[in-house]
Design a protein around this ligand. Structure first.
Ligand code: SF4
Length: 431
């Protein structure tokens, strides 16, 4: 009798990639996605990057228990790694699995596991795809090529949860990209916790740009997109390669966090406001149409009004196309947890609101630039829920809605951008 499973994923692209791998591995062992059937096993792949993420992880666990009262409940991911005792308090959780054993969950399902030891996160191995997904659910699958981080920014729990930086070997990355391409996909997203550190610990050591050159020559997948990359590691070589390659997407997502030098220093971020500014201008000079996204952390301890304005004006003046805004969340175990000069919650909320409005305006301005232009989109396999239209992404990450039949799903097609509505929704016409 087949075992039916559900996987609920919270958090970052790396978690998404690991969930895809888990799903593939479960399927290769004869298990099936539950869909509308009752699940026998529920896996919740959690996140703990902020207090809110931990809370949402607990909600997701409770929801799975409520909807599947007979199922075996397996909790994994960063929250399981960092706070197993909090999860243990939730009645009916069967297993808590840290990162070390995450990819062994498919084997563990038929055995008694209960609570795995989640200590010693810093020495974790690179755990990745042991069975490459043969039927990716996403139009643009995410491949984790790097895990962990050695930087220890003072607010961040991730290095404690995911351990030191480690990378997937170059040839394995290339083979995985070829496998994704052979399965009919046109785009792959290369993701890491600290992507710019890719390859540094491999023997012989290598770098992200060397990897990209290798993958571009060894594969013929139409699009390669990079997930978030740190400002100090987005080198001129990578920018030049992206500007010259048709296949490397003109899209960079760069965590800024703050535009104030004293806050950056307190955060232990290895760059300054002016370095960030030069980087964005350098990208824009050679790739004026590139999407440049930025993460901002609002309300870090000691962030005065003046420091916040430094962030706000920097973002406002730079050619940044969209923002991801996060409120500061004190994570126990990180240095910033005990920093003085905490910013009041209502002030943090107001700063987030202002930044989000700014981000919306910048995104709208970016999209407007492309009205009447011809541009290629990769059509997603899911229709837009609100309009029922097909949706596709351009290389520079503009979601475009088009009226078309299902035969265009997963195809690269040319469209003309016709309009951007008041909510920032972009509409195009197939050419
Ligand atoms: S670079 Fe900083 S923010 Fe990013 S994962 Fe590492 S410690 Fe966290």
């Amino acid at each position: 009798m087949s075992i039916y499973y559900t996987i609920t994923t919270l958090g970052c692209k790396v978690n998404q990639s690991e969930s895809e791998s888990l799903a593939a591995s479960l399927k290769s062992r004869g298990m099936s996605e539950a869909g509308s059937a009752t699940a026998d096993v529920c896996i919740i792949n959690t996140c703990t990057v902020t207090q809110k993420a931990s809370m949402q992880s607990r909600q997701a666990i409770r929801r799975s228990i409520r909807l599947n009262p007979q199922a075996r409940i397996i909790v994994t991911g960063c929250y399981a790694q960092m706070q197993p005792e909090q999860i243990r308090r939730i009645d009916k959780v069967d297993d808590i699995i840290g990162h070390r054993a995450k990819m062994r969950i498919p084997d563990l399902i038929k055995t008694e596991v209960a609570n795995e030891d989640t200590s010693a996160a810093l020495e974790l191995p690179f755990c990745n795809i042991e069975a490459l997904p043969a039927d990716f659910s996403r139009t643009r699958p995410v491949l984790k090529i790097q895990d962990g981080c050695n930087t220890f920014c003072t607010y961040c729990i991730v290095p404690y949860a995911r351990g030191r930086s480690r990378s997937m070997p170059v040839k394995d990355v290339s083979d995985a990209v070829n496998a994704v391409h052979s399965s009919g996909k046109r785009e792959i997203v290369l993701a890491g916790i600290h992507l710019g550190c890719y390859g540094q610990e491999l023997t012989p050591s290598t770098s992200l740009v060397e990897l990209l050159n290798y993958v571009l020559s060894d594969t013929s997948i139409e699009r390669i997109r990079l997930s978030s990359i740190e400002p100090a590691e987005l080198t001129s070589d990578i920018i030049t390669l992206a500007s010259e390659s048709e296949r490397l997407c003109s899209h960079f997502h760069i965590p800024l966090q703050s535009g104030d030098d004293s806050i950056l220093e307190r955060m232990h971020r290895p760059y300054t406001r002016s370095m960030f500014s030069s980087l964005i201008r350098q990208i824009h000079a050679v790739m004026p149409d590139a999407a440049i996204g930025a993460d901002i952390l609002a309300g870090f301890p000691g962030e005065t009004e003046a420091a916040f304005e430094n962030t706000f004006t920097l973002v406002e003046e730079l050619p940044i196309s969209y923002l991801h805004v996060f409120p500061f969340s004190a994570r126990k175990g990180t240095p910033a947890y005990t920093f003085p000069d905490k910013v009041a919650d209502n002030v943090i909320k107001a700063r987030c609101r202002r930044l989000r409005e700014l981000g919306k305006r910048k995104k709208n301005e970016f999209y407007q630039k492309f009205i009447h232009q011809k541009i290629e989109i990769l059509v997603e396999s899911q229709r837009d829920r609100r309009t029922g239209l097909l949706k596709g992404f351009t290389s520079n990450y503009i979601p475009v809605l088009v009226q078309a039949g299902d035969e265009l799903k997963n195809k690269l097609v040319m469209v003309r951008i016709e309009r951007v509505d008041a909510d920032g929704i972009v509409f195009g016409r197939i050419l």
